[in-house]
Design a protein around this ligand. Structure first.
Ligand SMILES: Nc1ncnc2c1ncn2[C@@H]1O[C@H](COP(=O)(O)OP(=O)(O)OP(=O)(O)O)[C@@H](O)[C@H]1O
Length: 600
């Protein structure tokens, strides 16, 4: 193997060349140092430069004869006037006065030197007076400019992202400087696709690698501050199907939800099973679902404090239901007939008391059984609501009163809870849906039933304003909420109440407000009959008795009869008479009811 020898340089540097290059290097260093010092001390040197210039102009003029002597002075005066003009535009009042004095002084000395010659007493006086006039300037600029040589040699990390060429949009500049810059809330992020709409604008945000769009949620307060907006005007949502590093922000420059939007006419779409119930802050409509085409009925929960507008939301649901040719509404008014009185004569059944509520729920359970053969005939699946086989929609206002026990009052509502659980678990495919209204969207208000909570979350969940932060809030989908329901304001900026304001549990986590159906009696009802199988079940009569319905203490004879019927059916379905738990599940009755019915 032959070892490679490094190639010799073509020419060896001679000592003379080395000396020459060392001298050039020294000169270069002196020049660099002079420039550096000049830059650093330029303010302090300025008065001396002005004095030197004045002296030079005077000397030049004195050395010329005739009219040529006027040329340097004229140029000098023009220079003095220009310097003053510059100072006038860029300086404060006192600095302007000072610059004016210096300009006039310089022009005067130029003329004096031109006339008397630029040496001797006149020149000495120029320098003496000039230095005296410069003292205040030197005092003021005693500090040299900071030495940034080192920083310039190694550039500091960028503090602001460059603005895209040709981007005149202030929103982009603000984002780049105050959100995306190094050390700000979302460093390295970009804003794009800005599009205006009537009440503000939307944009796409792309975060730096390693970030998730949830971090934009936590930066909402900073965004409000950067764009100088009041609270509640920025919403962040993921872009469906796009990377987790991207999100869409909606920025409201005015609040469209402040103005009431009225319900116009029934608009249930049989092809989708939905109708518009709320309008979002960016003008989109959010829908309530009665049923899934091909998937049976869906359940719903509407929650909000007193006065938040939840009964009005129920009015909308009932309005669409009575106007539809494929929905039969039944109402349980937990407000003892005072919450939804307009629907008394326009719904199939209207319960005002807990006892009547039980009767309605039991009737619904029996209808479920009546519809079993229908499903068998159609070969399984689920009932598709139609004018011949309508959806049975049971709306329960103030449901928490009927679902929660009250030990102090000796009220045991477990049977109601069990019947509701059964209806939500099994009613879907039989075309039976339950719409519950509570004050807080939590399992506690559903009688502690996690079954009800889980089943209702599969349908439409509407959360209006609540008074307190709640644990187990059902208005959450895994993504962070823009704000808690307890954080919703009670009033808009103009002082009007925010009734109907809230969120719908959908992929759109943005504030919305329910449409307002002012006069429920104005809704034109469509007569809808139950299917023949369901119609074979006798419709119970509701007597409106107002006892609190503690089932364990009182069970009227008619209820015992009904309980007996239910038990007979369960036994016929193959449940053993000794299987008490099975009987309770199948009938929705309490242990006491079963005992009493069996005794009778
Ligand atoms: N979307 C809305 N837009 C404008 N006003 C509304 C809206 N919803 C409700 N309101 C107004 O708020 C009032 C109270 O609404 P609603 O009766 O539905 O409240 P609530 O939550 O059911 O209270 P409560 O439980 O005390 O009955 C209504 O009379 C109506 O005037």
């Amino acid at each position: 193997m032959v070892a490679k020898t490094p190639p010799k340089p073509d020419t060896e540097a001679s000592p003379a060349t080395i000396e020459e290059s060392t001298g050039t290097e020294a000169l270069r260093q002196v020049r660099t140092e002079t420039v550096r010092l000049g830059k650093r001390w330029r303010r302090q040197v300025l008065p001396l430069a002005v004095l030197g210039g004045t002296h030079g102009i005077g000397a030049a003029s004195a050395s010329l004869a005739g009219s040529a002597a006027l040329v340097p002075v004229a140029a000098g005066w023009a220079g003095a006037a220009g310097a003053y003009g510059y100072a006038h535009r860029n300086a404060s009042r006192w600095d302007r006065a000072y610059a004016g004095l210096a300009a006039v002084g310089s022009a005067g000395w130029q003329a004096a030197l031109a006339l008397t010659g630029a040496d001797g007493i006149t020149a000495s006086l120029l320098w003496a007076c000039g230095c005296a006039l410069s003292v205040p300037y030197w005092v003021r600029h005693a500090e040299p400019d900071p030495d940034v040589t080192a920083e310039l040699a190694t550039p500091a990390p960028r503090t602001a992202l460059p603005v895209a060429p040709g981007t005149a949009d202030m929103r982009v500049r603000l984002w780049d400087e105050h959100m995306a810059a190094h050390g700000k809330s979302l460093p390295g992020s970009t804003i794009s696709d800005i599009a205006a709409f009537d009440y503000g604008w939307k944009a796409a945000i792309t975060l730096a690698i390693g970030e998730h769009w949830h971090t934009i949620m936590s930066a909402r307060k900073a965004i409000l501050s950067v764009y100088n907006l009041p609270d509640g005007r920025v919403f962040v949502e993921p872009i469906p199907g796009a990377s987790v590093r991207t999100a869409r922000i909606t920025v409201l420059t005015s609040d469209p939800l402040q103005s009431v939007r009225r319900w116009q006419a029934p608009s249930l779409d049989p092809a989708t099973g939905t109708f518009p119930i709320m309008t979002t802050a960016d003008g989109e409509l959010l829908h309530f679902r009665f049923f899934w085409p091909g998937g049976g009925g869906t359940h719903a929960l509407v929650s909000g404090v007193n006065g938040s507008g939840k009964t009005k939301v129920l009015d909308l649901i009932l309005g669409e239901a009575v106007a539809s040719d494929r929905i039969v509404p039944m109402v349980v008014d937990g407000g003892e007939g005072a919450s939804l009185p307009q629907w008394k004569d326009r719904s199939e059944l209207f319960a005002e008391t807990p006892q009547d509520a039980r009767t309605v729920l039991r009737y619904a359970l029996r209808l479920m059984d009546r519809r079993r053969p229908v499903l068998k005939r159609q070969g399984g699946g689920s009932i598709e609501p139609s004018p011949h086989l309508p959806l049975i929609c049971i709306v329960i206002d103030e449901a928490h009163k009927l679902l929660m026990d009250d030990e102090d009052e000796g009220v045991n509502n477990k049977d109601i809870k069990r019947m509701c659980e059964k209806l939500t678990q099994e009613g879907r495919k039989f075309g039976i849906s339950l719409v519950l209204a509570t004050q807080v969207p939590s399992a506690t208000q559903l009688g502690g039933s996690t079954v009800l909570r889980d089943q209702l979350k599969g349908g439409t969940v509407i959360g209006l304003r609540v008074a307190e932060r709640t644990s187990g809030n059902m208005i959450s989908s895994g993504a962070p909420m823009p704000e808690g329901l307890h954080e919703l304001p009670a009033e808009f900026a103009d002082g009007t109440p925010t009734r109907g304001l809230g969120y719908v549990l959908t992929s759109r986590m943005i504030r919305a407000r329910s449409l307002l159906l002012e006069d429920p009696s104005s809704v034109q009802a469509t007569e809808t009959r139950l299917d023949p199988d369901s119609a074979a079940e006798s419709v119970p009569t509701l007597d409106g008795r107002s006892d609190l319905g503690n089932e364990e203490s009182t069970t009227p004879a008619s209820d015992a009869d009904e309980a007996g019927d239910l038990i007979q059916k369960a036994l016929a379905d193959g449940i053993a008479s000794t299987d008490i738990a099975g009987l309770m599940n199948a009938t929705g009755l309490t242990l006491g009811q079963i005992r009493r019915a069996v005794k009778q």
